[in-house]
Design a protein around this ligand. Structure first.
Ligand SMILES: Cc1cc2nc3c(=O)[nH]c(=O)nc-3n(C[C@H](O)[C@H](O)[C@H](O)COP(=O)(O)OP(=O)(O)OC[C@H]3O[C@@H](n4cnc5c(N)ncnc54)[C@H](O)[C@@H]3O)c2cc1C
Length: 294
């Protein structure tokens, strides 16, 4: 199938892109890497009247910078750039590891971090990572710039806190603490497929304890879902029994959807498996990983 007819405007600057969005409102869609928007248009799931192409705004929107301990990633930074970046590897290895799981090289060469976050697919890797990292999403619109905590940015399936007339311009990551550790895992039918269930976690590990822990599941809800149950593992000596208790509580907390890939019970089970793997890796205690086995 081919996309419906649309008008095309190539933005010449971020201000110009916002002017175009203001002019065309709900009838317009921003085009970044096109890896989600174009398939959706070709399948006629979306039929915008106007396409506002921001692909030429690399000078303003592309790149990774480190200011003090903070890393800022421009919206047009491609998945492939994240994978190559020494800054991302040093300051946000969780993001680098997760990006390696997105689709295939051809898609990673075109897809952008801004597009992935604005698209807000509940099975996507990067939305869960920015929530786990406690990042801030920077949006710009006719009224100026807005900083939105990643924890408040995702509001539903393909829905975010961005207004129609706003552009996502960057993502800011907080400083990495000493002794920080991460885990990223996803279970998919084939490498490169969207995850059935995934888990992004960021922690501070000191003296064999998890002094901080942020665990965010994806593929289990309409948006990235931080797990409340894992709070019981913080600042205590984790034992197979306490992990098992937490896994049980996690199962009660999650209410995953059913689709053609898996039913809710299977997703709940896989989430528990990932949690056991996560805690085992973070604490470097292989015996805890067995906690996820049926
Ligand atoms: C075969 C295939 C497999 C894939 N597998 C995965 C996968 O495993 N995991 C995964 O996460 N993704 C996957 N993707 C999607 C891919 O990662 C996309 O690149 C990404 O989701 C969107 O980035 P984009 O730059 O291409 O955005 P686009 O397709 O250009 O835009 C996506 C949406 O975001 C909006 N948008 C884009 N940029 C901005 C901005 N700066 N401000 C405001 N709105 C904006 C657009 O209007 C549109 O609604 C897959 C895609 C394909 C085709």
């Amino acid at each position: 199938m081919k996309a419906s007819a649309f008008s095309y405007a190539r933005a010449t600057s971020v201000s110009n892109a916002i002017e175009l969005l203001v002019a065309h409102g709900e009838r317009a869609k921003v085009l970044a890497g096109g890896q989600s928007l174009m398939p959706a248009m070709n399948l006629r799931l979306l039929a915008p009247e106007w396409i506002v192409d921001i692909g030429g705004l690399s000078e303003e929107l592309h790149g990774i910078s480190v200011n003090g301990d903070r890393v800022t990633i421009g919206a047009l930074t491609r998945h492939a750039d994240l994978l190559k970046s020494v800054e991302v590897a040093a300051h946000a290895p969780l993001l680098a590891e997760a990006t390696g799981q997105i689709a295939h090289p051809a898609i990673r060469n075109r897809g952008t971090i801004g597009g992935s976050l604005a698209h807000a697919d509940p099975a996507s890797e990067l939305p869960a990572c920015v929530v786990a990292l406690d990042a801030t999403i920077i949006a710009r619109g006719p009224a100026g710039e807005r900083r939105i905590p990643a924890t408040e940015f995702f509001t539903g399936v393909y829905e975010t806190a961005l207004a129609t007339r706003e552009l996502l311009v960057a993502v800011e990551l907080p400083p990495v603490s000493r002794n920080s550790a991460h885990f990223f895992g996803e279970l998919a039918r084939r490498h490169g497929d969207y995850a059935i269930v995934g888990l992004a976690a960021q922690a501070i590990v000191e003296n064999d304890r998890l002094n901080e822990l942020r665990t965010v599941f994806f593929g289990v809800s309409d948006r990235p879902q931080p797990a409340k149950a894992t709070a019981s593992l913080i600042k205590t000596a984790v034992t197979p029994a306490s992990l098992s208790q937490t896994m049980k509580a996690l199962g009660e907390e999650l209410d995953p959807p059913e689709d053609h890939q898996a039913n809710g019970a299977m997703r709940r089970h896989l989430a528990k498996v990932l949690l056991a793997q996560c805690i085992s890796k973070l604490l470097d205690r292989p015996e805890l990983g067995a906690g996820g086995r049926p």
